[in-house]
Design a protein around this ligand. Structure first.
Ligand SMILES: Cc1cc2nc3c(=O)[nH]c(=O)nc-3n(C[C@H](O)[C@H](O)[C@H](O)COP(=O)(O)OP(=O)(O)OC[C@H]3O[C@@H](n4cnc5c(N)ncnc54)[C@H](O)[C@@H]3O)c2cc1C
Length: 374
């Protein structure tokens, strides 16, 4: 590691090289600061950022005034130009939110109103006939179209972010777990890293973006108020893959379920049709996919795609949402806590960065830099 500025080894240390840690590093490096991002795994992007739907969300659903509403829309507006200018693959294919029975129509109307408040571009209601004309295999009594929604290559994105940090003289170091930090008397932090080559380094600013490790990392920052560490919950979601010709060209989402957007359809960048994720609370990181869940998936999918052939879905992969709410509890906002929350100058801690964290990531980076006065 290198990059001395003034009294500190680095201006900023960022913990975690997922999409969010990398965008934080990028935002700080763009401001001319020397940055090191420390990652415990052998490679970047092995955490939540590698096990999601890779959907660029429009920003329709999130409550007025929430960070998720603001950062999703801002992040998406920043994301497409970033992907385009860095040669990262994406497909702004659009999305249909569908009501498959009359009882769901009021929910779609509420989503439309929220999307308009959130200033999501191009949202429009579609009749059953209009939706059918766009996607002939779709069954819906009504739909909403979100033309700005799409899919992206999240690994290509993270590699581009890493390149941006390194081009500005920053470093992204793998096999380097954050082991602890203490505030220094005159400001800044001493950070301890573990692994095969433990080290101590000093920095003026510290950002923690460790995904599922958020609680453990915050607990290792001396003086961090324990009462501000939210309880961790693991919200597992599994996917099934369909091996035939992809039935729809757009994303297809039924209305959200409590705590998640629910099982949806996407055609990935390779043309493969995938369905998921569902939501199941688990007590440890378990990425197995129970083949028996296919029964529930099939009946759910047939509500909007009656043509799903029998025995056509195979277990795909699983992801785990870094939730900070338990089953039945209302879904809280992203927690992006600066000094005014926890009282430690120069520190921002992130908790509960679940969906739409990937879409929001560039805006989260800007938000974090702003909280640090960088
Ligand atoms: C099933 C599922 C579907 C989703 N779908 C979408 C979607 O379609 N669109 C969307 O916008 N969002 C989606 N999300 C949300 C999105 O994936 C996350 O919000 C985002 O990837 C979080 O990124 P992150 O950098 O915070 O976390 P991560 O990618 O998990 O990165 C954290 C990193 O920190 C590292 N780390 C942890 N502890 C330490 C330590 N002590 N020292 C050093 N490193 C450490 C980890 O190894 C990891 O690499 C989905 C999430 C899930 C689970």
């Amino acid at each position: 590691m290198g990059g001395t500025t003034g009294a500190f080894d680095f201006d900023a240390v960022v913990v975690g090289a997922g999409a969010v840690g990398l965008t934080c590093g990028y935002a700080l490096a763009r401001r001319g600061l020397s940055v090191v991002v420390v990652e415990q795994e052998h490679a970047i992007g092995q955490g939540v950022s590698s096990r999601n739907s890779e959907v660029v969300h429009g920003g329709l659903y999130y409550p007025t005034g929430s960070l998720r509403a603001r950062l999703c829309v801002q992040g998406r507006r920043m994301l497409y130009p970033f992907l385009a200018s860095h040669g990262v693959a994406y497909d702004r294919c659009g999305k249909l939110v569908v009501a498959t029975e009359e009882a769901e129509v009021p929910r779609l109307e509420a989503i439309e109103r929220q999307a308009l408040v959130n200033e999501v571009e191009g949202i429009a209601p579609l009749s059953a006939a209009q939706a059918h004309a766009m996607e002939p295999e779709l069954r819906a009594v009504m739909a909403l179209i979100s033309p700005e929604s799409g899919v992206m290559d999240s690994h290509g994105y993270m590699l581009a972010l890493r390149g941006e940090i390194e081009d500005r003289g920053g470093a992204v170091v793998v096999d380097t777990p954050f082991a602890g930090a203490e505030a220094l008397a005159g400001g800044g932090f001493r950070v301890r890293t573990g692994g095969a080559d433990p080290a101590d380094l000093t920095c003026r600013l510290l950002v923690t973006a460790p995904g599922l490790g958020a609680q453990a990392v915050a607990g290792r920052i001396e003086g961090f108020p324990v009462a501000l560490i939210p309880k961790a919950h693991f919200g597992k979601g599994v996917y099934f893959v369909f091996h035939g010709r992809a039935p729809f060209s757009r994303l297809v989402y039924p209305p959200p379920i409590p705590g998640a957007l629910g099982v949806h359809y996407r055609r990935d960048l390779g043309g493969q049709a995938r369905f998921g994720p569902d939501l199941e609370y688990v007590d440890h990181e378990d990425y197995s996919v129970d083949p028996a869940r296919v029964v529930g998936f099939e009946s759910y999918i047939r509500k909007f795609w009656p043509g799903l052939p029998p025995n056509a879905l195979s277990p795909d992969y699983a992801g785990i949402r870094p939730k900070i709410h338990g089953p039945g509890e209302p879904q809280p906002d992203f927690r992006i806590d600066g000094p005014q929350v926890h009282g430690l100058e120069g520190l921002v801690t992130l908790f509960g960065i679940e969906s739409p964290g990937l879409t929001s990531s560039l805006a989260i980076g800007e938000e974090v830099a702003g909280l640090l006065g960088a």
